[in-house]
Design a protein. Structure first.
Length: 363
């Protein structure tokens, strides 16, 4: 193998389509026949039941889901929102969108989850919410963190964008927060053709408010400023179709991860720390190398990805902006050394063997 090696595009969804092509054609025929282009209630009801929440509201993206969750809870100017410094930009950007101040907290370098010690250091009486991502599909025990939030009247928003199918001690991602969000972006374990996201909550009033926000603020009339952020019905149909195979696809990713774990056990490769009782969906298989040069060689050789290349607070959008940040040493270390190796349900055994050989050769 050499540097010309390339993985299939779109995380294997091209192969998934060929495997289930007739199901897609049948679904599209039903969709075009029913002429329902506005109503996602069946999808929302079904997904809420799947996750184990009372209410599900579909929107155009998980970024909108986070944004609208903050708006629905009245988070805004003068408030602070605790966010991780090591994640996708949406969490901190959504805090800024509503006029709140993002407060960047460091991570635990083993799990990559936001650190409770850092949260306690950065807490102030202005903090009204925390956005907690289950990064890469991993889950950690949040019992102590949830209690801290309850004691200080902090809204616990569970960012489950990457963790559909994950559970810890049979408690599923998306069920532990006051509200939770999921993503169906093209790089997720279940993807729509046009992205998409959902807000999940057990609070009927919050669900109703998010529904208003996604549709220009409309209830009986236009009673508040809102947005045009509805999920296309066809997109919801495709997500529903792909959810039929979610469990078997997750089992395949777990098999691949086991092969990686076995192959890398005696190498200078640090894998993501995991809690006992974890059912990991392996949205990403993340490793950490000793230095940037090794990471670069492996990345180029297997066409891998870096999640994430810099701490959020280091982005230029925060130059001179209103924000607070911990030292975030662990976040900086992770940004310099992590790499996401290829993993999806349609990788062949031969491809996995090739990837392992390449990684070993480049270390």
């Amino acid at each position: 193998m050499n540097g010309n090696y390339r993985m299939p595009a779109y995380d294997g969804w091209d192969r998934e389509y060929q495997e289930n092509k007739q199901d897609y054609l049948d679904m599209f025929d039903r969709f075009m026949s029913q002429l329902n282009y506005e109503n996602n209630e069946d999808f929302e009801r079904s997904f809420a039941e799947r996750v184990g929440r009372k209410h599900c509201v579909s929107v155009a993206s998980a970024t909108d889901a986070l944004h609208f969750t903050l708006l629905a809870h009245g988070i805004g100017k003068g408030d602070e929102v605790l966010v991780t410094d090591f994640s996708w930009i949406s969490s901190s950007a959504c805090a800024s969108m509503v006029g709140a101040t993002p407060v960047f907290c460091d991570i635990d370098l083993d799990s990559y989850h936001i650190s409770l010690d850092s949260i306690k250091r950065m807490y102030s009486d202005k903090v009204k919410a925390i956005i907690y991502p289950h990064l890469f599909g991993n889950m950690s025990d949040t019992t102590e963190m949830q209690q801290f939030c309850k004691d200080n009247d902090i809204l616990f928003i569970e960012d489950a964008a990457q963790s559909l199918g994950s559970s810890l001690h049979n408690v599923h991602a998306g069920t532990i927060g006051d509200c939770s969000v999921y993503s169906f972006n093209s790089n997720k374990v279940i993807a729509g053709i046009n992205g998409g996201g959902v807000v999940l909550t057990d609070n009927e009033d919050i669900a109703k408010r998010v529904k208003m926000i996604r549709r220009h603020g409309k209830d009986k009339d236009f009673s508040m400023i809102g947005y045009n952020s509805r999920m296309y019905v066809l997109n919801a149909e495709i997500i529903s179709l792909r959810l039929r195979h979610a469990d078997s696809n997750q089992e395949r990713r777990q098999q691949i991860a086991h092969k990686y774990n076995t192959a890398f056990a005696d190498l200078p490769v640090v894998t993501q720390g995991m809690s006992n009782g974890l059912n990991h969906n392996y949205h990403k298989y993340v490793v950490r190398f000793e230095d940037k040069d090794t990471r670069k060689r492996v990345k180029n050789a297997v066409n891998a990805s870096i999640h994430y290349e810099m701490p959020l607070s280091s982005n230029s959008m925060y130059d001179g902006a209103t924000m607070r940040s911990d030292a975030c040493i662990a976040s900086k270390t992770a940004s310099n050394t992590v790499l996401s190796l290829p993993i999806h349900a349609w990788l062949t055994d031969n491809e996995i063997t090739d990837i392992i050989k390449i990684v070993k050769n480049e270390i």
